[in-house]
Design a binder for this molecule. Sequence first.
Ligand code: PSV
Ligand code: MN
Length: 410
Amino acid sequence: MATFKAAYQVLADSLAERGVDISAVKKALKAQWIETPSWGYADSGTRFKVFRQTGAAHTTKEKLQDAAQVHKYTGVAPSVALHIPWDKVDDYAELSAYAASLGLKLGAINPNLFQDNDYMLGSLCSPSASIRRKALDHCLECVEIAKTVGSNNISLWLADGISSPGQDDFRDRKHRLQDTLHELYAAMPNPMRLLIEYKFFEPAFYATDLGDWASSILQAQKLGPRAMVLVDLGHHPLGTNIEQIVAFLIDEGRLGGFHFNNKKFADDDLTVGSINPYELFLIYNELVAGEQDPAVNMDVAYMIDESVNIKPKIASMIQSVVNVQEAYARALLVDRKTLKEAQASGDVVKAEETVLSAYRLDVRPLLAAVREEMGLAPDPLAAYQASGYYEKVCQERAGTAAGGYGFDGA
Ligand code: PSV
Ligand code: MN
C-alpha cells in the first residue's frame, strides 16, 4: 500500500479524462454503512462441530468490542445487529450506551424462532395457536428492544417449514403467517420496518414457508409499506440470478435489507466476495443503478451475515467489509451513459465490456485515498493485524466459558 498515491493518481487521471466526478464517488464511499452481526464474532460452525477459537467473543459486550475494531479500521461499519436471545441482557438501554461508548449503534434486532423445541412444527406458522402466540410474543419483545435501543429494523428469518409431504396444509400455513405477521406489523411504530428474509432450504427437509423472494414480497405487500424483503446471498439455489431479484425488488420499492456473505455450495456463510466477487459486483451494479435513478426511492439496510467456521472472526469481517467497499467502488465507476447507449442499440459486446471494464479496475488505491481522507490507515486488515488486538483478546479470553452462536451439541 506504500505506493498507493502514485497508483491513485493514475486512476484519478484516467477517470477524470472520462468525465467521472471523483469527489462524488468518494463522497458515496465515505457514506457507505455496513452493519456487522454480533453473532459473527462468536464461535460458530456446523451441526457437526463448532470449533472453539481462543480469541472469539463470548459475551455480547465482547462482540461489541470486536465490532468496534472493524469500524475503527474500516470507518464504515458503525452498527451491530443483535440476535435475541443470544444477545439477551437485562438492560438494553445500558447495552446501547455501552455500544455508544465504543462508537457504535445497535442495529437490526433479529428474533430467534428456530431454537426452541416448541417450534418443531413451526413458529409463526405452527398449527398450534399457543405456539404461534409464543413466537409472536417473542417478536413483540424484539420490537420493544428495538424501541429501547433506537433501532428501526426488525429482521425476521423464519425457519418454519414442513419436513414430509402431507405434514401440513401449505395454504393454511400461509394464512397463519399472514395473521401473525399482521399483528407484529401493527405493533411496530413508524418508521420501524419489518425485513422479511427468505431461504429456500434448511432446517425443514421438504418445504419452507418463506422459501423465496416471491413468498416474502407477497407477505410484505399484504402488510404495508414498512414491510420489506431482505436478501441473504447464501439463501438461493445455485445458479439463481440474484442481481435480477435485487433489480426487481428495487423496482417494486421492497428491497429493505441485505445479508452479505458468500457460498460455494449452500448457506456456507463465507467471507463476502471470497467465492464469487463478480456476482457481488453485478449485485452492486444494480444497487448503484437504483441509487442513481431519480425515480427510485431506496432505503436498504446493508449487513454482513457471515459465520466463518475456522478463520479468525474480526479479520474475516474486515475482509468482508473491504470486499463490499470494492464492489461498491467498482459499481460506482460503471460508465452508465455508455452502457445505456450500448443497451439501446443492441450492442451486446459493448454493453458487456462496459460492465466488465469497471469490474477489472483496481479500486484499492481509490479506497486507500478515501480512507486517508477519513483519517484511517490505507489498509484496514494490515492495520488491524499490526495492532496486537487479536493477541490481546486471545490472552484475555483464554479459558473463559464458550458461548455465542447457540448451537447445542457442539
Ligand atoms: C439464517 O440462515 C440466517 O441467514 C438468518 O439471517 C439468521 O438470523 C442468521 O442466519 C443467523 O443464524
Ligand atoms: Mn441471514
